[in-house]
Design a protein around this ligand. Structure first.
Ligand code: EZ4
Ligand code: CO
Length: 405
């Protein structure tokens, strides 16, 4: 049996402060790789997909054949795409790249073409109930060396705003064991954003990138309004202004504003982004390694994007495990059209379960030079943090009807 033959596959579900599903693929000679399979609020579906339907098909295959295994799982399943399938394929893909790079004795970014930049610029999340609180948090990030900062403030008149937490640094969006409900009112939200950006420019100046996440809450014409309102403050981007199922909706936003648009944290394949990219309706693509089919598929998405001068801005919230963060950094370091990487810090408990080589310095992150992804899972420690059901909140309008996201 060749040394690189897949001998064992395990899924490890743990909750060191929040839930993570991790795939571990072990070769005949004991070399192993890890992959992130976490799908926030639907974790066990991916764990089952992997354990019940993928693992039996991979035992005995050569771990080196990454492209063939990707195609086998994608085309071979008959049922293509979707977040559960693509997160499962992503986990396998990450683990196989980890194995290949470990066997080569290189950090993964070297296999992907080597470093194309010094590091990956990251943005941190500054949030607060009020504009003043948000500005204070943003100053803190600037003092820590961040060159890019996302600003979210509570909306006057709304009890709770997604993206704003009481624990400023370790905000956790999946906040309850059944979905909590929050009220949304666009007419309260829309006028609240420009004053936040005005205050931020006053406080922080112009040599820092400022970002904002709309979390898919607006219609295209409302998003166009927001883009125009923010133009004087030159945001780096507004993110997920509208749900992106209907890609042509972005034409309307584009007709009205030069504020750059970022989209795609919920995308799982190149088909979700094809029209947006080809019509140059966005500026940053936020698809991630874990939810968009692994490094093998994200490469395709970003190569297409590069033709149209669209750069990456990969999702990097806390539900993307340190394994995903490592993969994103190796990837981001090596591609030509990297833009920025989201970075929400994990808790100490999470970092302890996933020891890693990546590091933060002067507003940038570097994947480190350990062979492979440079991230591991402490299985014994993981076992002490059992899975706990947790969901993202749902949104209703003030009349009680369901709202997007
Ligand atoms: O809603 O990670 O940009 N970051 C975000 C996150 C996402 C969660 C979903 O699981 O929008 O807060
Ligand atoms: Co977002």
């Amino acid at each position: 049996m060749p040394a690189s033959t897949i001998a064992d596959i395990r899924t490890i579900t743990c909750s060191p402060g929040r839930n993570f599903v991790t795939l571990k693929i072990v070769c005949e000679d004991g070399t192993y790789g890890v992959g992130d399979a976490t799908l926030n609020g639907r974790e066990l579906a991916v764990a089952s997909y992997l354990a019940d339907h993928v693992a039996p098909c991979l035992i005995g295959r050569d771990a080196h054949r990454i492209e063939d295994i990707w195609q086998y799982l994608y085309r071979g399943a008959y049922w293509r795409r979707g977040p559960v399938t693509m997160s499962a394929i992503a986990a396998v893909d990450m683990a196989l790249w980890d194995i290949k790079a470990k066997r080569a004795g290189m950090p993964l970014y070297q296999l992907l073409g080597g470093a194309a930049r010094e590091g990956c610029m990251v943005y941190g999340h500054a949030n607060g109930e009020t504009i003043d609180e948000t500005i204070e948090a943003a100053r803190d990030y600037a003092a820590q060396g961040y060159r890019a900062i996302r600003l979210q403030a509570g909306v006057p008149g709304l009890a709770k705003t997604y993206g704003v937490s009481s624990d400023r640094y370790f905000y956790e969006p999946a906040d309850a064991d059944l979905p909590s409900e929050a009220a949304w009112a666009t007419h309260k939200y829309l006028p609240s954003v420009a004053p936040l950006f005005a205050a931020a420019r006053d406080a922080l100046g112009w040599d820092v990138h400022l970002l904002h996440d709309v979390h898919h809450r607006l219609t295209p014409i409302e998003a166009a309004r927001l883009g125009k309102d923010l133009e004087p403050f030159r945001p780096f981007w507004i993110e997920d202004p509208v749900p992106a199922e209907n890609q042509q909706g972005f034409r309307l936003i584009r007709q009205h504003t030069t504020t750059p648009i970022a989209v795609g944290e919920v995308f799982n394949s190149i088909w979700d982004a094809k029209q947006l990219i080809e019509e140059q309706l966005i500026d940053y693509i936020r698809a991630t390694v874990v939810h968009a089919g692994g490094i093998t598929h994200l490469r395709r998405i970003t190569a297409l994007a590069d033709l149209y001068r669209i750069r990456t801005g990969c999702h990097g919230a806390t539900d993307l495990s340190p394994v995903s963060m490592a993969a994103a950094l190796h990837f981001g370091l090596s591609i030509p059209n990297f833009g920025v990487q989201e970075y929400m810090r994990h808790t100490e408990a999470t970092d302890a379960v996933f020891p890693h080589a990546y590091r933060f310095e002067r507003g940038m992150m570097h994947p480190g030079d350990a062979p492979g992804l440079g991230v591991d899972i402490d299985e014994a420690l993981a076992e002490t943090h059992p899975y706990r059901r947790a969901y993202l909140p749902v949104n209703r309008l003030e009349d009680g009807s369901m709202h997007d996201w």
